[in-house]
Design a protein around this ligand. Sequence first.
Ligand code: LER
Ligand code: MN
Length: 271
Amino acid sequence: MKPSVTVSNFSSGFGPIMFSGADRSFEQNIRKLQEYGFQAVEIFTDRLTEDRALRMRETLDRCNMSVSMVIFIYLAEMGVNLSLRSEKARLQAVRTYADQFRFARGLGAQRVPLGLIRGMRSEDDPILDYYSRLADSARILTDAAAEHGLTVCLEPINRYEANTLLSVSEAVQFLGDYDLPRMKILADFFHMNIEDVDLCQTLKNAGGAIGHVHASDSNRLSPGMGNLDYAVLMDALRAIRYDGYLTLECLHSGSPDADAKKGLAHLRKFI
Ligand code: LER
Ligand code: MN
C-alpha cells in the first residue's frame, strides 16, 4: 500500500484538500511533499488544457511524484451531474466528464472517481429510476475510462454531503445489482465511519471491489489524530490484498505541512 496526499492546482475552497493552491504554487507544493517523503499525490483540478497538463506532468516527473487519482472537482462545482433526468443532458454530462480522462492518464493516474458528480436525488425521483440512470452513466464512463487504461471508482459519501450510495455496503450492492464488475469502490474512512456498521468487516466483505482508499481519521484530520484504529484497518486491507493507494484526503488542524507529516508517519507504522 502506498501513501498519497491531496493537492490542488488552483485555489480551491473544497475542504479536504490538504494542499490547496491558496498559499503556494503547485510546483512549490510538489517540491515540499517530495521533501516530506511523499512519492504520490492526488490532484484536485480545475479545467485543464493540454499545455497546462504537460507542465504539471513535467513538475511531477522532476520530483519523481506519481499520481494516485485525478479528481476533476470543478465539474461537480459547475453542477455537472451524471444522474440527470433528461437523458440528453445526462449523456452530455457523461461526455463532459469522459473528455477529461485523457488528462488523468496524461498525468499518470490509473484511477478516476465517481463521487459528488453523481448528483443528488430529488424527493420525487424514485430511487430505482435514479439508480438505473446512474448505472447507465457509470457503464459508459467505465468503458471510456478503460480506453485510457483507467478504472472508475464509485465513492460512497456520507448523508450530510450526498443522498444516495452513502455506505460501502450499499455501493457493493449497487455494483452487483447493475452488473458493473469493472467499476471499483473508493473507500473513504471518514464517510465509512459515519455510514458503515463495522469498517473492517465491510472492507472484508467488499474484498476485491475496493479500488482506492481515502485515509483520514474519524474527525477527517490526518490518520492518528482521531479515534480510528489504523492497526486493524490496515490488517483488514491486507486481508483483502489491497495493494493500492492510501490518500490523505484530510482537513488540517492549522498546518497542512505538520499534519501531512504526522499522517504519513502514522500510516508508515502499519504498512
Ligand atoms: C467528498 O467528501 C469526498 O470525500 C471527496 O473524495 C470528493 O470527491
Ligand atoms: Mn473522499
